[in-house]
Design a protein around this ligand. Structure first.
Ligand code: SF4
Length: 382
C-alpha cells in the first residue's frame, strides 16, 4: 500500500492505515520474558518449512538474527527473497522500506511480512512523495529540471524509488553510490540526491572530486527548499536534507576521543556519517565493506566502528582476536530496527503457521513498475 503523504508518527502510537507507519502491531504477543519463545519460534518455523524464508538485516538483534535464513543489507536480502520463488512467505526482519523493496522484487505469489508495522526508518520518512514533487516543481521553476537526474538511496520509500524511475533516475546503495553518480552525470548535468545528504555529499566530494561548493542542501520544510533559483542553477549536487538518526550521532569529537582512549585504533565508519566524521576516519564504506574489513584485519589490531550497535557488538563477538569497539561512548541502536523482537517474530510465524496472513506489506502495481525501473537501472550500472 502506498500513499503520497506520510505523516510522521511517534513510533508505536497512532494509526495510519494508508502508510502503515507508526501503527500498533495487532494480535496477542507473548511477553518478551517468556522462556519458551525460542522454542515456539523454532516450532513455527519448522511447521512452515520451505514455504517460509526469513530475512535478517545486519542491524537486527541477535535474538531475531538466529532465526534468519540469510543475513545481509537491504538490497542483498530483497534479491535473496526473489531467488526463492518456492517461499510463499517472506518474513522480513528489518524496516518498512526494506519489506517494500522485497515486495517489488518478488513475485505476486510471494507475501512479504513485517513482524512489527511500526518498524519504519526515520531517514526514509524524511522524504515524502509530496515533498519531492514540490522540489521537482522548484527545479522546473528554476529552469533546470530537465538537467537533473534524481538518484535515491535504497533507504527510501517505494514512492520515492518510483519517482526516480519515472523521471529518468535510479536507486543506489552505499556500495555503488559512486557508480550511480557517475552514471547520473553522464545522463545530465545535475543530481538530486535523496534522502541522505551525507551519503550524497561524501560520495560526491570524497569519491568524485566535486567541491563542497558544488553541493546545496534542499530543505523540504522551507519555501523553494531554502534556496534561490540561482543556487539551484549553480549547484551540481542538490542534496535532500535527510539523514540517518543512528549514523548522524557520531561526531568529529567521537573520533578524537577514541583515538585518545585506544592507541593505534583504526576508525572505520559508514558513509551515512557526517562529512567531518568521514574526513577524520581511516576507512569508510558500506556495511558489507565494514564486515569484510574487520574479517581481513590482523589479529590484535584495534578498530572503532561507526555504525549501528547491534552489528558492532556482533562483529566484536565474531572476531575476539581483534579489539572491536563502538565509535561513540553513548549507546546507539536503531530504535526502529529494534522494534522487531522475538515476541513479534513468534507472533508473525505462529500466525502464518495457523494460516493467518498478518502484517503483509504490499506496493501497488504502478509504484512497483516504476520503482523497478529505477532498481533495474541500478542493476545495469557498469
Ligand atoms: S539505521 Fe538509519 S537508515 Fe537504517 S533503518 Fe535505522 S534510521 Fe533508517
Amino acid at each position: 500500500m502506498t500513499t503520497h503523504t506520510l505523516p510522521l508518527f511517534v513510533l508505536g502510537h497512532g494509526a495510519d492505515p494508508h502508510s502503515e507507519r507508526g501503527v500498533d502491531c495487532p494480535g496477542d504477543l507473548p511477553p518478551a520474558s517468556d522462556p519458551a519463545l525460542v522454542e515456539r519460534a523454532r516450532r513455527a518455523k519448522a511447521a512452515l518449512g520451505d514455504r517460509l524464508f526469513v530475512l535478517g538485516h545486519h542491524y537486527q538483534r541477535d535474538e531475531v538474527i538466529q532465526f534468519a535464513d540469510v543475513t545481509g543489507d537491504s538490497f542483498k536480502l530483497a534479491r535473496e527473497a526473489a531467488a526463492r520463488p518456492e517461499a510463499e512467505y517472506i518474513v522480513f526482519c528489518g524496516v518498512h522500506f526494506m519489506a517494500e523493496s522485497a515486495d517489488i522484487l518478488t513475485s505476486d505469489a510471494q507475501k512479504v511480512v513485517l513482524p512489527d508495522l511500526a518498524a519504519g526508518c526515520s531517514m526514509a520518512d524524511m522524504a515524502t512523495f509530496d515533498q519531492v514533487e514540490e522540489c521537482w516543481e522548484a527545479l522546473q521553476d528554476a529552469g533546470v529540471a530537465d538537467q537533473v537526474v534524481p538518484i535515491t538511496y535504497m533507504n527510501s520509500s517505494a514512492d520515492i524509488k518510483a519517482f526516480c524511475g519515472r523521471n529518468g533516475g535510479a536507486v543506489c546503495t552505499s556500495s555503488n553510490a559512486r557508480r550511480a553518480l557517475e552514471w547520473a552525470f553522464s545522463q545530465g548535468e545535475k543530481v538530486l540526491f535523496l534522502p541522505d545528504q551525507h551519503l550524497g555529499r561524501n560520495t560526491a566530494v570524497l569519491e568524485m572530486g566535486l567541491d563542497l561548493d558544488d553541493c546545496v542542501v534542499y530543505n523540504p520544510h522551507r519555501p523553494n527548499g531554502g534556496l534561490t533559483d540561482q543556487q539551484l542553477r549553480d549547484a551540481k549536487m542538490i542534496l535532500w536534507r535527510g539523514h540517518c538518526s543512528v549514523h548522524g550521532r557520531f561526531t568529529a569529537e567521537s573520533v578524537d576521543d577514541v583515538r585518545q582512549r585506544v592507541p593505534g585504533v583504526n576508525v572505520l565508519v559508514h558513509p551515512e556519517c557526517r562529512h567531518e566524521v568521514v574526513l577524520k576516519a581511516d576507512h569508510v564504506g558500506s556495511t558489507e565493506y565494514i564486515i569484510r574489513k574487520l574479517a581481513e584485519a590482523p589479529s590484535g589490531s584495534s578498530w572503532a566502528v561507526g555504525t549501528e550497535l547491534n552489528l558492532v557488538k556482533r562483529l566484536a563477538g565474531e572476531f575476539p582476536d581483534k579489539n572491536v569497539t563502538f565509535l561513540d561512548r553513548t549507546v546507539c541502536y536503531c530504535s526502529t530496527m529494534n522494534r522487531i523482537d522475538l515476541p513479534h517474530l513468534v507472533w508473525a510465524l505462529e500466525s502464518l503457521a495457523a494460516g493467518q496472513l498478518v502484517n503483509q506489506i504490499t506496493v501497488d502495481p504502478d509504484t512497483t513498475h516504476w520503482a523497478k525501473v529505477a532498481l533495474d537501472r541500478m542493476l545495469a550500472l557498469p
